[in-house]
Design a protein around this ligand. Structure first.
Ligand SMILES: [Zn+2]
Length: 366
């Protein structure tokens, strides 16, 4: 377990043992929660799983829906939740389930469970991945690191190569490469580098999309059920705030128009790829408003509070972290206390240059 997970785990122990979560709940709970999920599938046995926080088991999905309801929350359609958020108060707390990217397991594994439980949900589609034009670069990187003993990024300061023989080395190599490709290169360079690396090692990127992503018929199958809301997630899954204004607008527009063409309606809801500070900005929220979107979700950790209601184009979410699939963590999330502590810790750590360490308590998502 790495430092981040250890701190996270201890934080939850303290919240539970002290009862602080329950005490703070009236101040931190808000109106409800938008949950973020990616994959729902059977756990894998591999030791090296750097994207494991992005997948939960079918059993934990079922458990989560039941637990949320036991805690007194209604699971609502996103439309209804956004209307309630804008109009305010005076009813039961509510939760919304959202899935990012458009993975096939959302249809094959999550959908039958949620249909059986009568739980509405939203899937944010990255149209370029459904078109097989874009690439799941973080999955490609996972497979490149898993299948090789040494990798080099020749365009950068890593031309000597990073050793990735043991699980520990593979994890360090993956984290370093994600940092470099997600922060130090431009978004376009990131894709050029991953494509070149994949080609040199014989990894077929469009085969990964074929294996993991829905095709348009499958998206249409989901969209035809009134339980399901289809939202937009750009065409190329770029970190929008790292693009120039015209390119960001173009990626949003293309994703929206591809959905409109393939599904016959224009999506009303949007999720920022990655959804963190470095990927989200007011400039792009203004574009979304201008295009007529009624909500947009980030991955800023938090519950729906009056502050969130003021800006439905920057809604926080609760990531169902695959490394912490248990009811106690879920209960703590619903008190809102972990997010209040997270914000306090970020504020306190800012002056000591520790901000990025605290920032990592809630891991980066895709
Ligand atoms: Zn995404």
């Amino acid at each position: 377990m790495n430092v981040r997970q250890t701190v996270f785990r201890h934080g939850f122990k303290v919240l539970k043992a002290s009862g602080a979560g329950r005490v703070l709940a009236p101040l931190t709970q808000g109106f409800g929660a938008v949950f973020m999920l990616h994959h729902v599938r059977r756990p894998r046995a591999d030791a090296f799983q750097p994207n494991a926080h992005l997948e939960i088991s079918p059993e934990f999905l079922r458990f989560t829906v039941n637990r949320i309801r036991e805690q007194g929350y209604d699971i609502l359609h996103l439309d209804e939740a956004v209307d309630l958020l804008k109009s305010g108060y005076g009813r039961k707390r509510y939760a919304v389930l959202t899935f990012d990217d458009g993975y096939r397991d959302n249809l094959d594994v999550a959908y039958p469970i949620l249909r059986e439980l009568g739980a509405p949900f939203t899937v944010y589609i990255t149209s370029g991945l459904i078109d097989r034009e874009s690439e799941l670069w973080w999955i490609a990187l996972e497979r490149l690191v898993a299948n090789n003993d040494k990798l080099a990024l020749s365009a950068l300061d890593l031309e000597d190569g990073i050793s990735c023989r043991t699980t520990e080395e593979k994890t360090a190599c993956f984290d370093r490469m994600i940092d470099v490709l997600g922060r130090e290169t431009t978004e376009n360079e990131q894709r050029v580098i991953v494509r070149a690396l994949a080609e040199s090692r014989g990894l077929d990127l469009s085969a990964i999309a074929d294996e993991l992503m829905m095709d348009w018929d499958e998206v249409r199958q989901l969209a035809s059920d009134p339980l399901v809301t289809i939202g937009a997630h750009t065409h190329d899954h770029f970190a929008l705030a790292r693009l120039d204004a015209a390119s960001a607008r173009a990626d949003i527009m293309k994703g929206m128009k591809r959905l409109e063409t393939e599904l016959g309606f224009r999506p009303k809801h949007f999720a920022y790829p990655y959804g963190k500070d470095y990927a989200v900005c007011e400039r792009d929220a203004a574009v979304l408003r201008d295009l007529g979107f009624s909500s947009s979700v980030t991955t800023f950790p938090g519950l729906l509070t009056s502050a969130a209601a003021r800006d439905p184009m920057m809604l926080p979410r609760v990531s169902l972290n695959g490394r912490f699939q248990n009811g106690e963590v879920l209960d703590q999330y619903l008190t809102g206390a972990p997010f209040a502590l997270y914000r306090a810790a970020r504020w306190a750590a800012g002056g000591f240059g520790l901000k990025s360490a605290v920032y990592r308590l809630f891991p980066s998502t895709r």
